[in-house]
Design a binder for this molecule. Structure first.
Ligand SMILES: *Cc1c(COP(=O)(O)O)cnc(C)c1O
Length: 369
């Protein structure tokens, strides 16, 4: 069993993918070109926003989005203590200071109740992450943002097609960023990313900034962050399957829920009401995380920990002088979370085998006391 099996997915669409790549090679449309333009309009339409600006990866998308919202040196941006470091490192790259905020007990996302105490006169924006594929509490976050005139960037790297109270993830903030890293819910065969926005000004700036500030008449200095034609052609093929793959992910999560919810000591991932979780990751919690993980490894069941350390406590942020007690919820989760294998092609038999092994381990631990 694999944690994510990219080759299994390729085999289901091999002919389409091979043909798409051959077309790009025949046309030599390697950088930008029609496949990139097609993908940008198809993805914008899928999310339900007027603009999509593609770029090299999801980290660049965050950096470009932050720049497009006009961050200035010394500005502060509030973000979650529980994410991948792209979410915060790009704030620093753009000249700002990340201000970390603890997470919700149930949903692992930025806790709106903790945001206001972190707002200062230098705060410019908030970056919530729809972590593991479950939307953050956007009503509360958008209300605080409006009250304090802050912008919001949704980090949707794990949340393609997730929705919050009928609104698609990526349509609620001033901008939203996506990653198409191979293992993401929509993945290229290399690095790729994009940002989407309802705002004309943001999309216009982003398209210029990502491409050297324009062609010949450079309106500003920018960066070089482009989607290449082969990745775009691959993404065009895969986008058509995304909705079915998302359904498959949800069915696997339902099946895990059914089989794991009756096992004492295992907490299945709570789902926010009125939202569609797209299960980029299926994350359980247990006090016996490390021994359970060892047991599963012995049974050749791979797992992952996303992520083992709250961001403000990694060495890169030693300068903040933060402690685990400053982020009690994120720190609590970091020691208990375990991501189980989940990808659309994972078989029912494999899901049952994972659940059975978890149950066997929990029974032994319970009886050995
Ligand atoms: C994957 C990821 C990113 C970065 O995307 P890349 O394409 O790998 O640069 C950003 N934020 C989150 C939450 C991610 O999971």
């Amino acid at each position: 069993m694999k944690f994510v099996d990219l080759h299994a997915q390729y085999l289901t669409i091999q002919e389409e993918i091979d043909a798409a790549i051959a077309t790009v090679i025949a046309e030599s449309s390697f950088v930008r070109g029609r496949h990139v333009a097609d993908f940008e309009s198809a993805f914008a339409e899928q999310i339900g926003v007027p603009h999509c600006v593609s770029c090299a990866n999801g980290t660049d998308a965050l950096y470009i989005a932050i720049k497009s919202l006009g961050l200035e040196p010394g500005d502060e941006v509030i973000t979650t203590a529980h994410s991948w470091i792209s979410t915060s490192e790009t704030i620093t790259q753009a000249g700002g200071t990340p201000v970390f905020c603890d997470t919700e007990t149930d949903y692992f996302c930025l806790d709106p109740e903790q945001i206001e105490s972190k707002i200062t006169p230098r705060t410019r924006g908030i970056i919530p992450v729809h972590l593991y594929g479950q939307p953050a509490n956007m009503d509360a976050i958008m209300r605080i943002a409006r009250q304090h005139e802050l912008w919001v960037i949704e980090d949707c790297a794990q949340a393609h097609l997730a929705s919050y109270r009928g609104q698609m993830a990526g349509t609620m903030g001033d901008a939203a960023t996506f990653s198409f890293y191979p293992g993401k819910n929509l993945g290229a065969m290399g690095d790729a990313g994009c940002l989407v926005s309802r705002r004309d000004d943001v999309a216009e700036f982003a398209a210029l900034f990502a491409h050297h500030g324009g062609k010949n008449q450079h309106l500003m200095e920018g960066i070089n962050s482009r989607l290449d034609g082969i990745q775009a052609a691959i993404l065009n093929v895969k986008l058509k399957h995304l909705s079915a793959w998302t359904d498959a992910r949800r069915q696997i999560a339902d099946s895990y829920d059914r089989q794991l919810s009756r096992i004492p000591g295992i907490r299945i991932p709570p789902r926010r009401p009125d939202c569609e979780h797209v299960f980029h990751l299926y994350v359980i919690q247990t006090e016996q995380r490390d021994p359970l993980r060892d047991h599963l490894r012995q049974q050749e069941i791979p797992t992952a920990i996303n992520y083992p350390c709250p961001l403000p406590l990694v060495p890169a942020y030693d300068y903040l002088g933060a402690q685990a007690t400053d982020f009690p919820t994120a720190a609590h989760h970091a020691s208990r979370i375990l991501s189980l294998p989940l990808y659309p092609e994972l078989s029912t038999a494999d899901v049952t085998r994972v659940a059975t092994e978890i149950e066997a381990f929990q029974q032994v631990t319970a009886t050995s006391g």
